[in-house]
Each structure stands twice: as C-alpha cells, then as structure tokens.
Write a protein that binds this ligand. Structure first.
Ligand SMILES: [Fe+2]
Ligand SMILES: [Fe+2]
Length: 245
C-alpha cells in the first residue's frame, strides 16, 4: 500500500491510502487531512495499523513531530485508532474533539488530556488558518460525530459524509452526491435519524468551497448545493414507507 499526497486547498493536504480489498473490485480510500499553520492540525489519525504509513507520508510535508492538534469526526478505528501512536510521536500534539466525544470516549482513551470543543468553537492555527468545530450528532453516525471547517479556504473536513467507493482523483468538480447514495445503499453506514437532514443542511450555512471526504475524492465547487442534495436524500430515506431506509 502507498499513501498519496495532494494539496486540495491552499495549505490543506490530503493523505490518501487506497485499499483494493475493501468493497472489491472498486476498493476504498482512507484519507487524512493536514492543515498547515503555525500549529498544524491533522484531521483523522488513520487506522492504528496504518500509522507508520501515514507518519512516513506526513514526513514528506512537515516533520510529524511538529503536529499541534489532532481532530477527527467520531470514535472509530479509521478516524482515531492511531491517536496514541501520534501522541507518543508528536510531543506537543493535543487531541481536540466535541463535548460528547471527550465525555464518552476520549478522556479515557487518550494518553494526553484532550481539548474539549464547544459547538462552533474556533482554533486559530496561525498563519491565516482557523478551524471551526461543528457538532453533527449521529450524522452520519456516532453520538459524538462532528466536522471541522477551515475558514480561510472554505474547506469542510466532512469525515464520513459523502463516503464513496473507488480510488478517484484527489480533487473533483464532478458529482459527489450520486456516488455517496450508491455507497449508502451498499454499506448502510448512516444512523438514519429524523434530525439528519436538518443537521446536514445546517453545514451548508458555511458555504464550503471544498468538501474534504474521508472516503473518496475531495470536491471543489458549490458545497452548499451538494450538502442540500445529500440532506434531501436522507430526508427521503427516513420518510415512513420509503424503500431503502
Ligand atoms: Fe465512521
Ligand atoms: Fe471513516
């Protein structure tokens, strides 16, 4: 396996590892994002068993021990499994996640005290980069779920939202909603809930210009329109009597 690196917005890098055996023959990508700044932030740790692969990839961009913040979408192995490996390697790195996540998992799981973020709280990374944490409980899954928005580039680090199969380009202007619906049909990975459409639609208010998918290409374009379309699809799925829910 190799980890490919691409800059998907100014100072934001996608580290992508393609695993052909998952959902074969299309395969599946695992992506982490590095936001540069005086205090660099990584979104997702990657799987514990991929730690050395990701650390070596990051070292092509910055010395990994310079990492200051480690954030992620929700408590699962691909999102935060390698957290303690990163903390051992990067002495100044601190985990950062929402209230719920810190309370139910992170305070116990991590070897260094996390920073607990309120919904809407901003971390100033310096050098013009600011990230805002946004709670998205149970969306697409996980009580502790949340996303991060980088304000200067308009990049929404959207975790498992828009998950799709395959090893596409690092950045696309093409459709990201259709492939996400196909992956939902296959994996049934979302915790369908009545608030889901509303939660996704609320993210559109930040009008992202780039959507950084954890599993799939990053999308450049009208992020609000894509989020509205995804929200409409989940509204349809939770309607009583709808097939596919
Ligand atoms: Fe997940
Ligand atoms: Fe994921």
């Amino acid at each position: 396996m190799e980890t490919k690196i691409a800059e998907i917005a100014d100072g934001i890098y996608r580290l992508s590892t393609y695993v052909p055996d998952i959902a074969s023959p299309a395969g599946f990508t695992f992506n982490q994002f590095l936001v540069l700044g005086d205090e660099p932030l990584m979104f997702h740790t990657g799987l514990r068993k991929m730690f050395s692969l990701n650390r070596d990839a990051m070292s092509r961009l910055i010395p990994p021990e310079r990492l200051r913040w480690i954030a992620y979408g929700h408590f699962e192995a691909d999102e935060c499994g390698a957290m303690n490996e990163w903390l051992a390697f990067a002495p100044n790195a601190q985990p950062a996640h929402g209230n719920t996540g810190c309370m139910v998992s992170l305070n116990d799981f991590v070897d260094r005290t996390p920073r607990t973020l309120q919904d809407g709280e901003v971390i100033d990374l310096g050098d013009g980069k600011k990230v805002r944490y946004l709670d998205t409980p149970h969306t697409p899954h996980g009580w502790d779920a949340g996303v991060v928005f980088e304000e200067s580039t308009g990049t929404l680090l959207c975790g498992d939202l828009f998950t799709q199969l395959g090893d596409g380009p690092a950045l696309t202007e093409g459709d990201v909603v259709g492939p996400a619906i196909a992956a939902e049909d296959l994996f049934r990975y979302s915790a369908l809930n009545p608030a889901m459409g509303t939660t996704i639609r609320a993210l559109a208010k930040v009008s992202p210009r780039t959507l950084a998918l954890m599993h799939g290409p990053s999308f450049s374009g009208d992020g609000a329109a894509a989020l509205h379309a995804l929200a409409n699809e989940y509204d349809r799925r939770i309607r009583p009597g709808t097939p596919n829910n």
